[in-house]
Design a protein around this ligand. Structure first.
Ligand code: FAD
Ligand code: MLT
Ligand code: ZN
Length: 539
């Protein structure tokens, strides 16, 4: 066990002595600064699972009582010829074996039967494709990194799959303003690396960074691990270019922070999940790279101590607090057990990952050390470690970021991404356990505590309808009762569209439907997603 150089606190005592257990196999409390945050880039490829994609039941079969194919045209040989003529044969995929990965989602809960994938390289090509599909009444499913967790990125039936993966150029970066202009197919992690070389970072970070694309992130209004610090994409996306269903190119590419010239239409496309248009260009406000980053993993017994730690972190760390995540013991057991990862502190009922990012290392360390010393001394926290070096940073983030991946190893994962008041986080997990009895393999909670966003996950060996029916609508009713949101950050997609009313009044859903009709009158863009299947507007 190596503790490296001991960090002296303001009271002149080495912090590691405050660990009530004192065993920190991966290193004790010590300071750390690095140029790169969150170096744990998961490459979540389509071939991630060794099981065949055809093992996943077709969405049209599993959900036959919930969805009906719309009155869209079916793909004809003439359509394929048209697309080949416009894109060239290599950017039009029709071989069944190549199509499989595009038809199944990352969670392996939905499977479409799309017969063609198109890979445009320019806005003009997307405009030609959409105009043609609109005229022909062919439905289209936009797909970026295919890491959607709500069945949004794959067809439900035979929609044309429009992949943005070849549109991955950085168009411009302005080092004075920090504004990045890029195409939608840029992979999040690559953008972050590009910016790190220029002393900036992306304003968002998530476990899927190695695969997800910025166009997919914006289209889902992804949250992730840095939202606490840098806000949502609604505040950092300054402009976008979008191709509408009929092929019209809508240029909303402002690179200015302030622009009060009427309705701010770009917000319609942030989080629209491909139902209103295809995002083809983006302008994003990026923050400067923090000079000093510190990461602590803490263990505590009792959810009240999680809450107290968060409150104290906000008070004592103030402006340098950049991430505040929580992991319950069942989630930690899953990620360490299923992925064979090591827990560097002793076992606790709850864990927190707390990151600080600032411009002056010594100042941040002093703040963090004082904070840790206090919460250890007051026995709010029972054990903890500060990452020392990029490997430890990576290892600690892996314990949080790879939970989603670990859960899949249980078999089937029922995933719920909810906004609820902090005070009832653990109550929900306990209530779900009671509701399910012995029916589930695992019920666990983790997530973005700093944003009031819990990820409630339940697993079983295989998809089990009786387990599913016990969870839904129970979970949505529970959330509505607490005035929460049934989707904090993953979106609505296919999976949650019929539960929208738990978080939105009918009047709001009616306006959403009217906007959809205005921008996509034939409904060709990502049908069966976001809007409820049988909603009749009451306004
Ligand atoms: P896809 O999954 O391909 O698409 C997402 C949606 O956007 C689909 O509806 C698709 O039709 C649409 N779309 C894609 N590109 C365009 C475009 N150019 N124009 C219009 N519509 C488009 N989400 C979070 O919010 N926070 C997290 O912390 C987080 N962590 C994750 C961790 C893991 C391991 C995984 C697998 C997923 C995670 N997600 C998280 C969920 C997911 O929303 C994000 O990974 C990401 O935002 C999706 O990006 P993507 O490129 O994979 O998009
Ligand atoms: C996360 O925060 O890890 C992601 O949103 C994925 C998940 O919910 O499992
Ligand atoms: Zn999340």
């Amino acid at each position: 066990m190596s503790f490296g150089s001991k960090l002296l606190t303001r009271r002149g005592i080495a912090l590691l002595q405050f660990s009530s257990v004192g065993k920190t196999p991966c290193g004790g409390f010590r300071t750390f600064t690095t140029s790169k945050a969150n170096v744990c880039g998961l490459n979540i490829s389509r071939n991630y699972s060794s099981t065949s994609t055809v093992d996943v039941e077709l969405t049209s079969v599993r959900y036959k009582d919930h969805v009906q194919r719309g009155n869209f045209a079916a793909l004809q040989p003439d359509d394929v010829s048209f697309f080949r003529e416009k894109l060239g044969k290599h950017r039009v995929i029709t071989d069944q074996s190549d199509l499989d990965g595009y038809n199944v989602d990352w969670l392996r809960i939905v499977r479409g039967s799309g017969k063609i994938v198109l890979k445009p390289k320019t806005t003009e090509e997307i405009s030609i494709i959409l105009k043609y599909c609109n005229d022909r009444n062919l439905a289209v499913c936009p797909q970026a990194g295919n890491t959607s967790l709500v069945g949004g990125s794959v067809p439900v039936y035979d929609e044309v799959i429009l992949s943005t993966s070849l549109m991955d150029a950085v168009i411009n970066f302005d080092e004075w303003s920090g504004v990045l202009v890029c195409e939608p197919g840029c992979i999040l992690e690559k953008l972050n690396d590009y910016l790190l070389d220029r002393d900036f970072i992306m304003p968002l970070d998530l476990g899927a960074k190695g695969s997800c694309q910025i166009g997919g992130n914006v289209s889902t209004n992804a949250g992730g691990l840095r939202l606490l610090r840098y806000g949502s994409l609604h505040s950092t996306v300054l402009g976008c270019e979008v191709v509408l269903a009929d092929g019209t190119v809508l240029d909303l590419m402002s690179t200015m922070k302030k622009d009060n010239t009427g309705y701010d239409l770009k917000h319609l496309f942030i989080g629209a999940e491909g139902t209103l248009g295809i995002v083809t260009k983006l302008a994003i406000q990026c923050p400067a790279k923090p000079n000093a980053i510190n990461l602590a993993l803490l263990g505590m017994d009792g959810f009240d101590k999680v809450l107290t730690t968060f409150k104290r972190a906000k008070r004592d760390l103030g402006e340098i607090l950049s991430s505040c995540e929580y992991i319950d013991t069942a989630s930690m057991e899953c990620v360490t057990g299923n992925l064979n990862l090591k827990l560097p502190i002793s076992q606790s009922q709850f864990y927190m990952v707390i990151e600080t990012s600032g411009s002056l290392g010594e100042h941040d360390e002093e703040k963090l050390n004082n904070f840790l010393e206090d919460i250890m001394e007051e026995k709010i926290v029972s054990d903890g470690t500060i990452a020392s070096g990029s490997t430890q940073i990576k290892d600690i983030w892996a314990l949080r970021e790879r939970i989603a991946e670990a859960l899949l190893k249980d078999g089937y994962c029922y995933k719920y991404d909810l906004s609820i008041p902090l005070t009832v986080f653990d109550e929900l997990v306990q209530d779900m356990r009671t509701q399910l009895g012995i029916g589930a393999k695992r019920v666990c909670g983790y997530g973005h505590l700093g944003d009031s966003n819990i990820h409630l996950n339940i697993t079983s060996e295989t998809f089990d309808k009786s387990v599913h029916n016990k969870i839904e609508p129970f979970v949505y009713e529970w959330v509505a009762k607490h005035n929460g949101s049934i989707s904090a950050e993953h979106g609505v997609g296919f999976k949650k569209r019929d539960y929208l009313h738990y978080s939105k009044p009918n009047e709001a859903i009616g306006i959403m439907r009217d906007i959809k009709k205005l921008l996509d009158p034939k409904g060709i863009l990502n049908p069966y997603k976001v809007l409820p299947s049988n909603f009749s507007p009451k306004i």
